[in-house]
Design a binder for this molecule. Structure first.
Ligand SMILES: [Fe+2]
Length: 159
């Protein structure tokens, strides 16, 4: 017998303060994959975590982001708003998420870990960041290792 998928995936706070989220696929292209968030202070979420995570979108203080089309956007205080994404049960959900902080304003990272740590665990996150750092420093080696073709740049002419 196949295990039943969880109703809501990975409630978490982001590592950086500000997060800009934009779907790159229309909601009609997939089922599930809803961005849901708790409308309240993180302390309230922690206090009622069991009930909130069990009820998910059916909880009265859990709201669903109104993403319907490519380009719809939401800007959140990601490190202070608990959020999650419901499982995708049909199609593909593609999302652009950009995390921002301003180093000039003092300590802006409120979490001890980067965004993916709640999802992947600390060790995997550190390994991923190491791989990213190596890829940035040696992009050709990364492309060769991953089998990504390195194509010559095309010259664009104005019409
Ligand atoms: Fe997040």
């Amino acid at each position: 017998m196949r295990a039943q998928a969880p109703a809501v995936a990975k409630w978490h706070l982001d590592g950086m303060n500000y997060v800009f989220t934009m779907p790159l696929s229309d909601h009609a292209d997939h089922s599930g994959g809803d961005y849901i968030y708790f409308q309240g202070h993180p302390r309230e979420f922690d206090t009622d975590r069991e009930e909130i995570t069990t009820r998910g979108p059916d909880h009265p203080r859990v709201k669903t982001a109104p993403f319907q089309h490519v380009g719809d956007t939401m800007f959140t205080r990601g490190s202070r708003v608990y959020h999650a994404v419901t499982p995708v049960t049909r199609g593909d959900r593609i999302t652009l998420a950009v995390s921002l902080f301003c180093p000039l304003l003092g300590k802006q990272d409120e979490n001890r870990f980067w965004h993916s740590a709640p999802d992947d665990g600390l060790l995997r996150t550190l390994r991923n960041w190491g791989e990213l750092r190596r890829a940035v420093h040696r992009p050709a080696a990364y492309c060769r290792r991953e089998g990504i073709p390195i194509l010559p740049l095309k010259k664009h002419t104005r019409p």
